[in-house]
Write a protein that binds this ligand. Sequence first.
Ligand code: PLP
Length: 449
Amino acid sequence: MKDDNFLRANNARHLWHPMGHPGDMMAHAPTIITGAQGSVIEDIDGHKTVDAVGGLWCVNLGYSNDVVKDAIAKQLYDLPYYSAFAGTTNPRAIEASYAVREFFADDGISRVFFTSGGSDAVETCLRLARQYHRLRGEPARTKFLSLKKGYHGTHFGGASVNGNIRFRTAYEPLLPGCFHLPSPYTYRNPFNETDPAKLAQLIAQTMEDEIAFQGAGTIAAFIMEPIQGAGGVIVPHETFMPLAQDICERHGILMIADEVITGFGRTGDWSGSRHWGVKPDMMSCAKGITSAYFPVGAALLNDKVADVFESSDADGSIFHGYTYSAHPVGAAAVTACIEETLRLDTKTNAAARGTQLYEGALALADRFDIIGDVRGGHGLMVGIEIVSDKAAKTPMDAATMKRIHQTAYEAGAMVRLGMQNILMSPPLTISADEVDQILTGVEAGLKAA
Ligand SMILES: Cc1ncc(COP(=O)(O)O)c(C=O)c1O
């Protein structure tokens, strides 16, 4: 292990950071986080902050869960790795698939395909959706529908259904045949519709129109996050996802719920889809599946999809997978994490502390004119949109957003920025006092702006 001087001198010199400009990272060295306990992280200077980001929407159990740590450590000694490609498996993979299936049984999930993370999980869903239709004798169903402002990871498939131009332009051309519908973003939308229920209807109509234009027989799947996370915590009206599911069913289109953030309790229920009474055909999940103690994701399938594969001829073989699919150490982490998630009933604390955080943010909006919109109300996902002119809804400039972030950090709250949004997704085990500390930090940031 190197000393602090070495770490400071080499910070961002050799490592390229995801979602960062390499030159900018060199000029403004990223904060070195050296330790964490519970919901609190500590940097190299010994400064402690409540982690309102939860790592990256992922450390659901907080940083100190010994059950998960012990399960990982034990598995490293028993069997650190063996492949799960056709022909071999391992005990932890069998247990973990059972645990995930049980966890999402009420969502209609019956089969599990493990991946190394969320982007892989999305990619798996997209690929299996195409294969599903091919096996059913509809090989022309290759296109995908998704929502603007959606985030579905960074693989070519996921980036293609991504609805944020920032993650697309540099890597175009992306996958052909991906079409984006308006986001259920009441604060800004092309219809200037401020009523969320009416907006849901308008988007549903746009979806119908797009399907008619493309031809239903060419569309494989529709993918959406039950609550859009990275796009700014955009909560659709309760009618939207059921409307979309009904359209999908009527047109033979698979519905994929991207639950990478919303799965495993973050929204105050075990899946985001449950809030809207929807049982999707497929779900992608990651993050909370291991609480980030080990990189794992999963594509989950219902019986309708699984039956087509399982009763098919040789073409139903899955020519897809990752070296680390069903990794025994990751699988041990999954089972332990699910047991802890259930034992601690994290969804209940997420709902209570989420309400506290959301109401605290709404109270700040009464006092600070630069708050244009506050979004949340479903567990520990809260977004505050900052504007420089409230009437014109002008997005706040990047330099001011950075100042808000830095001041909040100095005042004891690590938040995340997504353009003009302050995004908050702390561990689901967070205490009421720690939520207050986040709000105090955000308030300090707003004052500085
Ligand atoms: C909804 C959603 N899907 C997919 C991903 C990609 O997951 P990963 O970063 O683990 O590849 C993310 C990541 O934040 C996400 O929020």
